[in-house]
Design a protein around this ligand. Structure first.
Ligand code: GLN
Length: 280
């Protein structure tokens, strides 16, 4: 496969090889840009440029990983979220665009110069905490994860984005956080049911199961967070949670059972109920 040639020919051939991808052209272009260290416009401007043997063999290795359905973000090691370029590894979930709704809902509850205390439970790559830190530079933000490998990446992202006001703590939800109380708790916990057919999709196989799966109905982590956060929220403080497309009712019920007020669900850009909030 793939005879050594110029940019245009290599792209044409690799697009044909990515039969299982929804976006074969974009994938091929991103991988080639990654190997060449150029932007996509370069590929069009210099479409008849020959690749060196080294570049070519490196591209082939990356393309083969993509052919086996490994997500682009893990191959390049980066994913854009809230216009932040975040490093991701197999220890972290790949941030999804719909999670930006969660960030938006946190931001609407904070004035520009707010100095409130916020905690992001299960931060993964740090996406939510860092997006909030970027927009609300005076807030005190704590981010947790039960995976030390994920925290290492989140800390790296904070450093390279110069958002060093975010602090990180190794903790499974509230376990290591004692009596701390905050103004906002935000979380995108695992919420997929263990038997959900969605888990058979090829791309998801590469992501950490602990960041995706949460028991029989996908509600274990959500339930734990709703129950425990109640004791860590100041008066009038908010809990904001991302959840699955079919969990609006169950999540609202859990918020109600635990005596939260002002419970409301927000819909994402695909009109899917995605974020539910409750106030103390
Ligand atoms: N939204 C992700 C998916 O459907 C799941 C993320 C999560 O469980 N928090 O693939």
């Amino acid at each position: 496969m793939l005879k050594m040639s110029n940019i245009q020919k290599i792209l044409t051939e690799s697009i044909q090889l990515l039969t299982q991808s929804d976006s074969p052209r974009l994938d091929s272009e991103i991988l080639l840009c990654h190997v060449l260290g150029v932007t996509r416009s370069y590929l069009y401007a210099w479409s008849d440029k020959q690749l060196s043997i080294e570049q070519y063999s490196q591209f082939k290795i990356l393309l083969n990983r993509r052919i086996k359905n490994e997500p682009i973000a893990y191959i390049t090691g980066y994913k854009e979220f809230w216009s932040l370029n975040l490093q991701v590894t197999k220890a972290t979930l790949i941030p999804r665009p719909e999670t930006e709704l969660l960030v938006e809902q946190v931001l609407t509850r904070l004035t520009t110069n707010s100095q409130k205390q916020i905690i992001d439970l299960g931060t993964g790559s740090g996406a939510i905490a860092l997006a909030i830190a970027k927009e609300r530079p005076y807030c005190h933000i704590l981010a947790t994860d039960s995976s030390k490998a994920a925290l290492k990446i989140a800390k790296k992202n904070a450093k390279s984005l110069k958002l060093t006001q975010v602090n990180f703590i190794h903790s499974h939800w509230w376990k290591n956080l004692n009596t701390i109380k905050v103004d906002i708790v935000v979380s995108n916990p695992p919420y997929i049911a263990i038997n959900d057919s969605h888990l058979n999709q090829a791309n998801i196989q590469y992501e950490p199961k602990s960041a995706l799966i949460a028991g029989k109905y996908g509600l274990n982590a959500i339930q734990e967070i709703i129950a425990e956060s109640y004791f860590h929220l100041k008066s009038k403080a908010w809990l904001l949670l991302e959840h699955g497309y079919d969990q609006e009712k169950s999540v609202c019920k859990l918020f109600l059972q635990h005596k939260y007020k002002a419970i409301k669900t927000y819909y994402d850009l695909n009109n899917i109920p995605r974020v539910t909030v409750g106030q103390i």
